[in-house]
Write a protein that binds this ligand. Structure first.
Ligand code: 5AD
Ligand code: SF4
Length: 475
């Protein structure tokens, strides 16, 4: 069997979307003069950075169509929810917000409501929205985001509900507009989808199989970002270590890092997420050798017990994970590690949970994103008979958090009196003179500074340590 090769959406199809953008721009210009005010959009993004990046694409298309962004839903002419379905509470939030939009629509019949993202890739969700939330105008999924101009045009012309969700795609759409939230830091998606099918996870069902972007496209995007003043990029993918496996030719994620490290202008390169089973030595060496690649690895462990890891279909044991951490630390002693941990996976006993605590104590993560296991219909784990009661999950969760906070604080304590390199991002939220930025290891540092420092690298000596951030003085 030959390898499956990822293709790009044809130039004609992309050009077609630009035509719809133009049609809508004319339409909006007429509306702007008729109404005597700008036409506005509001996007609410749920979930991960991949969704944030997708919303930036929608913003790009919308600003080309003549829409201005609004922070408020109440004064918007177009409202988009970009949804997440990785855990149930993310879905519940969407339904709550969606219900509240009904009133807005009753008061403004010209309001267009669109909903997209991972939740829409589940047929039962689309059916539910169609039946219960009749005020929704456009429903689309993760695979046809680039067709949004066409869908919006259809909705505006026909005034009926437009539903267009694709099961999968082997293609990637390049060269669509993008408007980024931040100018100093940018997300750059390098691959889409996931082939791993961890038994609890819905992502492979809603984001499809792994597809890598062409290396030239990624390089061009990063060069352009650097020219626009961006200083830090974060490469995104559900499993970046698989990068290139679906491309014609010999590509690897380590190779991509080395390639991007050579580009001028960008100061820092980050990436996420790495699956422990695929973390190659080649990648460890690339992180060690590349000057711009930050010494920070997000390496989700998910659980500590080898029995649970097997049930999760993670394809590594507790010992293999800890060995990997040791190997990474041997080559990159200052590396900062973050992780994801799920508490209360079906069948998790108190002994299994103790193994998770043991991994946290031994691996000494700088930071852990901790989650209560959430049953996702359609995944194998949802059918497991031994689901854990909510109160048991919560109690374990609290114990895990307490231990992780202790470890994080302990790691930060060791930075007291040390000098760190900080990329200055701007004023901190609560002050007019305190500036904030991050170290290469991704720690937040606050210090007294001045506006001209924003966007530059400075050295700060740490004099106060907190669990989540550090305070210091410019040196
Ligand atoms: N329940 C709880 N957490 C989950 N994650 C993925 N699926 C589930 C689920 N069903 C977590 C994993 C993953 C992160 C993005 O979300 O820890 O790494
Ligand atoms: Fe989900 Fe596992 Fe893929 Fe991550 S690697 S997206 S947890 S299936």
């Amino acid at each position: 069997m030959g390898k499956r090769v990822t293709t790009q959406v044809s130039a004609e199809e992309i050009a077609q979307q630009y035509k719809y953008i133009e049609i809508l721009r004319d339409y909006n210009q007429a509306r702007i003069s008729r109404l005597g005010r700008p036409v506005k959009y509001n996007i609410e993004t749920f979930g991960c950075q991949m969704n944030e990046n997708d919303s930036e694409r929608l913003s790009g298309m919308l600003s080309e169509m003549g829409y201005s962004e609004s922070a408020k839903r109440t004064d918007s002419d177009l409202i988009i929810f970009n949804t997440c379905c990785v855990r149930e509470n993310a879905e519940q939030k969407v339904y709550g917000h969606l219900g509240a939009l009904k009133k807005l629509k009753e008061n403004n019949h010209e309001l267009v409501i669109a909903i997209c993202g991972c939740m829409m890739q589940q047929p039962e969700v689309v059916e539910h929205i169609r039946k219960v939330y009749k005020h929704v105008d456009i429903v689309f999924g993760t695979h046809n985001l680039y067709k949004f101009p066409e869908l919006l045009n259809t909705a505006v012309e026909n005034k009926g509900t437009v539903i267009d969700v694709w099961d999968s795609t082997g293609s990637i759409a390049e060269n669509m507009p993008i408007t980024r939230k931040e100018s100093l830091k940018a997300w750059v998606t390098v691959m889409y989808g996931c082939n791993n099918f961890c038994s609890y996870c819905i992502v492979p069902y809603v984001r499809g199989r792994e597809r890598s972007r062409d290396i030239e496209e990624i390089r061009n995007e990063v060069v352009k970002l650097a020219q626009e003043g961006c200083r830090e990029i974060t490469l995104l993918g559900q499993n970046v270590n698989s990068y290139g496996k679906d491309l014609e030719g010999e590509y690897s994620f380590a190779g991509l890092l080395r390639e991007l490290d050579r580009l001028d202008g960008i100061e820092r390169i980050r990436f996420m997420t790495s699956h422990p089973k695929d973390l190659s030595e080649e990648l460890i060496y690339a992180v060690r050798d590349c000057k711009k690649v930050c010494g920070h690895l997000h390496l989700p462990v998910q659980a500590g017990s080898s029995k649970i890891l097997e049930k999760m279909n993670r394809k590594y044991s507790k010992e293999q994970y800890l060995d990997l951490v040791e190997k990474v630390r041997k080559h990159i002693p200052d590396i900062s590690l973050s992780t994801d941990i799920i508490v209360g996976f079906p069948g998790e006993t108190e002994e299994d949970f103790a193994e998770t605590l043991d991994v946290v104590a031994k691996a000494r993560f700088d930071m852990a994103y901790t989650f209560l296991y959430s049953k996702r219909t359609g995944t194998p784990a949802a059918k497991a008979p031994d689901q854990i009661p909510e109160e048991v999950k919560k109690e374990r969760f609290d114990r895990l958090l307490a231990l992780q906070n202790h470890v994080s604080r302990d790691i930060n304590d060791r930075l007291l009196g040390k000098e760190v390199e900080v990329l200055v991002e701007g004023l901190s939220k609560s002050s007019k003179t305190t500036y904030t930025g991050r170290t290469r290891e991704n720690k937040i540092v606050n210090f007294k500074g001045s506006p001209q420092l924003v966007g530059s690298l400075v050295r700060v000596k740490i004099d106060t340590v907190q669990t989540w951030s550090l305070l210091g003085k410019l040196v």
